[in-house]
Ligand binder design. Sequence first.
Ligand SMILES: *[C@@H]1O[C@H](CO)[C@@H](O)[C@H](O)[C@H]1NC(C)=O
Ligand SMILES: *[C@@H]1O[C@H](CO)[C@@H](O)[C@H](O)[C@H]1NC(C)=O
Ligand SMILES: *[C@@H]1O[C@H](CO)[C@@H](O)[C@H](O)[C@H]1NC(C)=O
Ligand SMILES: *[C@@H]1O[C@H](CO)[C@@H](O)[C@H](O)[C@H]1NC(C)=O
Length: 434
Amino acid sequence: MLPSTAAAALAPGLVAFWLVFRRSTPTDSDSEQISLHSLRKKLPKDLTDWRTHTRYITSWNHLRRFLAGYGYKLWSFDPLSPSTPGILVPPGREYGSPSGFLYAPSQIIPRSPLSPQEDKSLSPFAQGLVPGPELGSSRIAIPRRILWPARHDHGDVVIRVLSVDGDGLRPLKILRQIATAPEALNRSNHTLPLLREIVLEDIILGVFPRVTASLAEVFVPSNVSYVAEMDMLEIFVQCLEALDFLHQNLIAHLNVTFDNFLVDFPPFSHPEARPLTGKSRVYITNLDRAISFIPSTPISERYCLGEYFFLHYPQEGQEKPEPAKETFLARKRALENAQESHKEQVAIQKVFKLKPPELVDIRSRFSPFSVDCWQFASGVLSLEPETSGDVVQPGFTLMEPVHEIFRTMASEDPTCRPSASDALTSLQNILYPA
Ligand SMILES: *[C@@H]1O[C@H](CO)[C@@H](O)[C@H](O)[C@H]1NC(C)=O
Ligand SMILES: *[C@@H]1O[C@H](CO)[C@@H](O)[C@H](O)[C@H]1NC(C)=O
Ligand SMILES: *[C@@H]1O[C@H](CO)[C@@H](O)[C@H](O)[C@H]1NC(C)=O
Ligand SMILES: *[C@@H]1O[C@H](CO)[C@@H](O)[C@H](O)[C@H]1NC(C)=O
């Protein structure tokens, strides 16, 4: 049976409106219906608009009261605050209630072996340890258009705009299939759970747990020496398990970057110092680009056309900066844009890097599953040290057999790439030899 929100999504418009009105308003008063309607009018007209328009911060501010009605207090943004310029600030304490998805930064991590002698005063135990990196609060605190953090009695969450005016229903359907119970309880399923859907007329917002860090934050090349090799490989095993699970359910993600893998705590164990015990769990998120096939689709037809890929990689947030005017509003806008401009440049590189070689033009026929494999393997290989001229950039050297798995997974020829399942088995055989 479909949840009622599903029915609303399938017939956006009147049904959605009626459901929202009926379900979310304690007193069925006309004035509330009218105020929801006028709230809707203030918000972006479609998903693309929300992803690209410069005033998304204003949109989230409009939603503040509506979401408070559901118990979600949006973090606040003060672009001109002297202490935290352009940073989102949680209401109240730094951390919300425990949710099982977010852990405060580990206090200590092993010092790198080249540590200088300056700490002779410390006990022998403390000499090898330095404060852990500040993960968890920094990245989420930068406003990200369709995502906004909020505080709930049961812990911090991230609210994501999933669908507007019917757009975005494809990934939402996939989320409903794999990110809600019972499937979410499957151990090999690493999809970040969708806790709740909130409907506002034709807009569907998804509530997801806020997770400590993304792998993009953990695998910073200059930090990699802090991550033990075994930890890193175990993380890769979980990533492959996440992809394998999606692929077994005939879902391809199509935006497989370290940004879209989250961990509840970063694996900073180290054999020479007191390790953090317990294994971190990896979650895969952002199914905005995902595509699924119904089980009856013959294997020969589980393909997409280049059109799909190129159509769904809009150059996000590339609107021209507005001419600077010295008004409060202009400064606020300029700041809103500046927040994203650095990320845009990174994103542009990533879009380029996400495009596998078999995708030549809109007519290229491609297997989305082998594109996922290529994207992931390319990401892993990009962690390896790079030599430009005489300078060796910091990085993480994979042991040869592991390197070989990812190298074949990133083959130019998609038919040479092992599936996520085969790569998972090969990696497990290396890590845990019989
Ligand atoms: C996978 O896990 C998610 C999140 O926990 C859950 O919502 C979803 O139903 C699961 N899907 C499958 C196919 O097990
Ligand atoms: C968990 O998911 C896998 C892969 O889809 C499936 O083979 C297995 O049967 C599932 N287990 C349960 C208990 O549903
Ligand atoms: C990890 O990388 C981040 C970003 O480059 C940096 O701010 C942080 O200090 C690094 N942490 C360690 C322990 O090197
Ligand atoms: C891919 O995921 C990243 C990180 O979540 C996101 O910033 C980017 O916009 C996504 N790309 C596309 C084309 O959706």
